[in-house]
Design a protein around this ligand. Structure first.
Ligand code: GDP
Length: 369
């Protein structure tokens, strides 16, 4: 005999017969559930794990409507970016969409930064980078959704600036927004109607609302796809390279001009001319770095991409875009960024070139470290 139980997500009475109706849960899942514990219907369970919330593209009409709607409402905005891929996680023009609404900038994945790094410096750097994009956050924080670092402080900061308004969380995919929201849900547990979902007015996009104790909500918005992310060119087994799970251990190469370093087969760095110098590489510890002579580098890549130089794997070479070259001579110490993959610190006055798969950005920025 089945006792009456209710979904902690939507409050619907749980049932095992009609998958299309509210409160459905497969009988087997219900049988396995802790009789005393919280339980979710299948729909809420999936929403909690976010598999069912569609990602949208940056130019998606519904997404632009959504941003406009957020700008027109009186709300606090939390913009989650990936500290490891700042440029790949910026929402272009966000400052125009948010209007007068205050923005808290959250640099997530702080745990991947080298242990020795000064967090305050990174926070300042992040704020400067935001300013360069026209965004003027009222607060900038470094979090790790993975290990919970600064998540309590983020909630406190949200409370501090919220002023009885709704909170919208926005971010592009892969920044860890879902992981962060799940952390937040955990911290706020105890509220009975944990999650409700609805559509953004005038769009096909779902939102997830987490009730706050004054009747307002924290609202998760769909992840936005940045088509220039390196992640789009990696197979499932290589994805961890663009989302490191351990603190990065930088590698220093002492290079003479006309030397090349391959970052697996994904990217390439040429020291074109300048003086012998140390170049520090910040990429996932698993990514193989291979040094060679510049004059042989084209032929080397031709021969070894998908073999000695992986990823891409041999069977992915067919679809893998050609590498495109960008040359720079920074006036001050700078990072040569391979969007999503990492960066190489370039001493002032050296001429270098970075190559990435066509469609993935290579750029120079003020040195992070
Ligand atoms: P979303 O697309 O923005 O919702 O991102 P997800 O929450 O799905 O996370 C994308 C990837 O980043 C996953 O592989 C996560 O495990 C990883 N991730 C999320 N947060 C963190 C974090 O704080 N640190 C690290 N190292 N990885 C994270």
């Amino acid at each position: 005999t089945e006792m009456e139980r209710y979904c902690i997500g939507c409050g619907a009475k749980l049932q095992t017969t009609d998958p299309k109706a509210a409160g459905f849960l497969p009988a087997a899942a219900l049988a396995k559930a802790d009789p005393e514990g919280d339980i979710y219907c299948q729909r809420c369970f999936r929403l909690r794990h976010y598999n069912e919330v569609a990602d949208v593209s940056l130019t998606d009409d519904d997404f632009l409507k959504l941003l406009n709607a957020i700008g027109e409402s009186d709300a606090l905005i939390v913009n989650v970016v990936d500290i490891f891929d700042f440029n790949g996680s910026v929402i272009p023009g966000l400052h125009r969409f948010v209007g007068k609404n205050p923005v808290i900038l959250v640099g997530n994945k702080a745990d991947v930064l080298p242990k020795s790094i000064n967090q305050k410096r990174v926070t300042n750097w992040l704020t400067q980078q935001a300013h360069a994009q026209g965004l003027r956050p009222i607060a900038t924080m470094l979090t790790s959704a993975k290990n919970g670092q600064m998540v309590d402080e983020l909630l406190e900061t949200i409370e501090e600036y919220r002023d009885h308004r709704d909170v919208y969380v926005v971010g592009v995919t892969n920044t860890g927004k879902s992981t962060l929201i799940n952390r937040v849900i955990k911290q706020l547990t105890g509220v009975s109607d944990l999650i409700t979902t609805s559509r953004f007015p005038g769009t096909t996009l779902d939102r997830i609302e987490i009730p706050l104790d004054d009747g307002q909500s924290l609202i998760d918005t769909p992840g936005i796809i940045h088509r220039n992310q390196m992640a789009h060119y990696l197979g499932a087994k290589d994805l961890q390279l663009v989302s490191p799970t351990k603190p990065i251990r930088p590698t220093v190469f002492q290079l003479n001009p006309e030397q090349t370093i391959f970052l697996g087969g994904l990217a390439r760095f040429d020291f074109v001319h300048g003086q012998r110098n140390g170049f520090t590489v910040y990429v996932d510890n698993q990514l193989m770095l291979h040094r060679t002579k510049l004059e042989n580098a084209d032929a080397f890549y031709e021969k070894h991409a998908g073999g000695l130089l992986t990823p891409p794997q041999a069977d992915e070479m067919g679809d893998f875009p050609e590498l495109v070259r960008f040359e720079f001579t920074p006036k001050e110490k700078s990072d040569l960024v391979f969007a999503g993959l990492g960066w190489i610190v370039i001493p002032a006055g050296q001429t270098v070139a970075g190559y990435a798969p066509k469609g993935v950005d290579v750029l120079m920025r003020k040195a992070l470290i």
